[in-house]
Design a protein around this ligand. Structure first.
Ligand SMILES: [Fe+2]
Length: 220
């Protein structure tokens, strides 16, 4: 079990976003091996945001609130879930590794040095036609976590468009990227027959996670 970290008040998200809206770290996983490993969970995916079933998006938890593979607040809009269920889940509550992480041949290695600061983390699958309309992942108050994304399958145009403001993002297989999803962004899978697959990692903003990003940034 991970201990709850005390976040430093003197760290700021600009320590991360000063490097850009999307930048690559020098950490890469064997994405083909990971995709094969994920086949065992093919019946365990949950609808992402279960109230919007007409959008074909699915999630598989890696770090969540329970440590179990289940449909829950981590695979939902957190503000909407808290309002409906009268709960008060925060990003920092989703720090329990599920069997998807614990039994993985690849994930502990990829997240070595980072896992103590990982919170709400999941695989995300967009079937053809699946999308996220324009939105921001953070609005009110001081930002206490940031987002890392690993592209795994069908992640570049012309099959998939990940757009921040007016810029289309391009990705390389299996690398960890830091992405400024506080800016307006949208994702559309326009491929006719391929799903799009990503690993979405939320990281607590603290001195240690900032150092991790600086230690692993490319183009130094
Ligand atoms: Fe987002």
């Amino acid at each position: 079990m991970k201990k709850n970290l005390l976040l430093s008040e003197d760290v700021d998200i600009s320590y991360i976003y000063q490097f850009g809206d999307q930048f690559r770290l020098n950490k890469q996983l064997d994405h083909k091996g990971l995709l094969k490993e994920l086949e065992q969970y093919k019946d365990k995916w949950s609808h992402y945001n279960p109230r919007i079933t007409y959008i074909r998006r699915y999630g598989l938890s890696v770090f969540n609130h329970s440590g179990n593979i289940e449909s829950g607040p981590d695979l939902d809009s957190l503000p909407q879930y808290n309002k409906i269920h009268k709960t008060n889940y925060k990003e920092s509550d989703f720090n329990q590794a599920t069997p998807v992480y614990r039994n993985s041949q690849y994930l502990p290695g990829l997240l070595e040095g980072l896992s103590p600061y990982c919170v709400r983390t999941h695989f995300l699958k967009l079937l053809p036609g699946g999308f996220f309309p324009p939105h921001r992942d953070h609005i009110y108050g001081k930002q206490k976590s940031f987002r890392m994304i690993v592209p795994l399958k069908n992640y570049n145009p012309p099959g998939l468009y990940f757009i921040i403001e007016n810029k289309i993002l391009y990705w390389e297989d299996g690398y960890i990227y830091v992405v400024n999803t506080t800016k307006e962004h949208s994702v559309f899978n326009v491929h006719s027959n391929s799903e799009s697959l990503w690993l979405i990692i939320n990281v607590l903003l603290c001195k240690e996670s900032i150092k991790y990003v600086c230690d692993h940034i490319t183009y130094r």
